[in-house]
Design a protein around this ligand. Structure first.
Ligand SMILES: [Zn+2]
Length: 116
């Protein structure tokens, strides 16, 4: 949009827009001013806000959710994880299990020792 004339403030752009309304130049059909996201100045455009919004909406892709469709009752978290191909939580490894057992025994022994 940089072949367009840039105005420093919206007031400047609106002032020119107002002057265009009284001019009879058929090449100047600007209807509103807008803040340019590229140069951060103000430009004039012949596109109405309705035309701009309609074009923008048409371009935008519809929103879709990547949730598998099902008619079954509400699945459990495990069923949902399986359906989505998630791996189940690994079982506690044997070594970890033995460590936890040993820790529990130690705690009991300590508790008994404290009572004496
Ligand atoms: Zn610009």
């Amino acid at each position: 949009m940089h072949g367009k004339r840039r105005y420093f403030t919206q007031a400047d752009a609106e002032l020119v827009l107002g002057a265009l309304h009284t001019s009879r130049d058929p090449r100047r059909r600007e209807v509103r001013s807008y803040l340019c996201s590229t140069c951060h100045g103000w430009h004039l455009t012949s596109t109405t806000i309705e035309q701009y919004t309609a074009a923008r909406t048409a371009r935008r892709a519809p929103i879709t959710l990547a949730v598998p469709e099902t008619r079954d009752p509400i699945p459990t978290p495990a069923e949902l994880a399986a359906r989505l191909g998630a791996h189940p939580a690994p079982a506690t490894p044997a070594a970890t299990g033995r460590l936890l057992t040993a820790l529990t025994r130690l705690r009991r022994r300590l508790a008994r020792l404290r009572k004496r």
